[in-house]
Design a protein around this ligand. Structure first.
Ligand code: GAL
Length: 431
């Protein structure tokens, strides 16, 4: 039994085995939270765990495999789970219970495992929550492409499927048929052209909320929330929640814990999928907008239905440049960019305060950033000092001696003139 979880880290199940349920959907059933999520290992595709306290997760079953039983659906779907001899990709599985048919119905995102061009949704069904699901095939809802997705069951039992469509530009909302097995009607194309992904929907006191992210693959970006008085009503515009990388997370579900709503998110590791971690943070709502605060650790008390959060002081930062995909690194001599990986200690920087300025120190090598873009021994020389100017949600890192700003073009690091449009970075705490 664990008594708290460390946010952002990979988790172990109650047998001590690495837990793989990424892009998870969580539903409550017979007194448990059931978590369904992605697993990419041999023929395994969707795993199911259950928990009463959101901290200790018991492995139940691999509910969907490439080799799962396949059964055609009343509409024409594609039943293949193998493409060019290899298993396809299944992402963001979500499950609802259908009262009418007494079936558990899973909706998910299907890709051929080679590229992201199929952009289909897929369905599987089962008589029990964590049994072997029968694969019912993939299709394009009303002919649309469909990628990141979620399901939501309204109070009257009407179910909705949400999926990024029109090449991720719009968030499509589909009302499902009463057996949850097909689309009844597309009811919305929300935030057209705003490229929202990773939807998670919940309701509180008659108001509906949707969390989502921007569209930068597995690199974290700014999360947002919106609200409405009904799934098919008018939705608000999106307001930011969390910091500019949503504390290195991307939404996947919201669960109700007593009176609290808990943000459940992935910390995808863009270079090592199986090192991806989990995040559970309480949501607060103000004026129709959702907010989360970072907590390094969280614990849930099932008896009182309360949670406690703990945070650790941190002086470690990553410097993110060029819109979420390039991170600053060094070998102690030069500065260059590398992709984000949570295991990569060469991405960690410290800022040593020197009056109004800073030495920018590469933690792994102990060297400091110099005005010519190389790394040198740390000193108070003006060439080694930098100011950090805030510009909305980004910063400009300006050298005290030369006035040049730190810039990244593509993956190339350079020192540029102060008006350079690439001369912005984001400094993000190592969460
Ligand atoms: C993300 C998406 C994930 C996965 C990933 C692949 O944008 O939210 O579910 O598809 O891209 O790069």
């Amino acid at each position: 039994m664990v008594t708290s979880i460390r946010n952002g880290m990979p988790m172990l199940d109650t047998d001590g085995k690495p837990m793989h349920a990424h892009g998870a959907g969580i539903m409550e059933d017979n007194g448990y939270y059931y978590m369904f999520g992605e697993v990419r290992d041999g023929d395994k595709r969707v795993a199911c765990y259950r928990s009463k306290d959101l901290m200790n997760w018991e492995f139940r079953n691999v509910v969907l495999r490439i080799t799962s039983e396949k059964k055609p659906h009343y509409m024409r779907t594609d039943l293949d789970l193998v493409y060019h001899g290899k298993g396809v990709n299944i992402e963001r599985p979500k499950v609802l219970y259908c009262e009418k048919t007494k079936q558990y119905v899973m909706w998910m995102h299907y890709e051929n495992g080679v590229d992201y061009n199929a952009a289909r949704c897929a369905i599987a069904t089962c008589d029990t929550v964590d049994g072997d699901y029968v694969y019912r095939g993939s299709f394009n809802p009303v002919g649309n492409d469909a990628r990141d997705c979620t399901l939501y069951k309204d109070k009257d039992g009407t179910a909705y499927f949400f999926a990024s469509g029109r090449d991720n530009a719009d968030m499509m909302v589909y009302r499902l048929s009463d057996d949850y097995m097909s689309v009844d009607e597309q009811v919305k194309a929300l935030w057209a052209g705003q490229y929202r992904e990773a939807p998670a929907v919940f309701e509180k006191n008659g108001k509906y909320y949707m969390l989502s992210s921007m569209c930068t693959g597995w690199n974290p970006n700014q999360g947002g929330s919106a609200s409405s008085f009904g799934i098919e009503d008018r939705w608000s515009s999106i307001s930011n929640f969390g910091d500019s990388v949503t504390f290195n997370s991307q939404p996947t579900a919201v669960v109700k814990f007593g009176e609290h709503y808990i943000y459940v998110a992935d910390r995808w590791d863009p270079v090592d999928y199986n090192n991806s971690g989990y995040i559970f943070l309480p949501i607060t709502i103000e004026d129709g907008a959702c907010h989360i605060e970072w907590a390094d650790e969280i614990s849930f008390d099932v008896k009182t239905k309360t949670y406690s959060v703990f945070s650790i002081e941190s002086e470690d930062y990553r410097i993110m440049a060029n819109e979420f995909t390039a991170y600053l690194s060094s070998d102690g001599a030069d500065v260059f960019t590398r992709p984000l990986s949570y295991k990569d200690e060469s991405l960690i920087w410290n800022f040593w305060e020197k009056g109004n300025c800073y030495n920018i120190v590469h933690k792994a090598t102990g060297k400091g950033l110099a005005s010519d873009g190389t790394m040198r021994d740390i000193s108070d020389k003006r060439s080694m000092l930098w100011t950090i100017e805030k510009c909305e949600d980004r910063v400009r890192i300006v050298n005290v001696e030369s006035g040049k700003v730190f810039a990244v073009r593509g993956r190339r690091v350079m020192l540029a003139s102060p008006d350079d449009k690439f001369g912005y970075c984001r400094i993000v705490r190592k969460y």
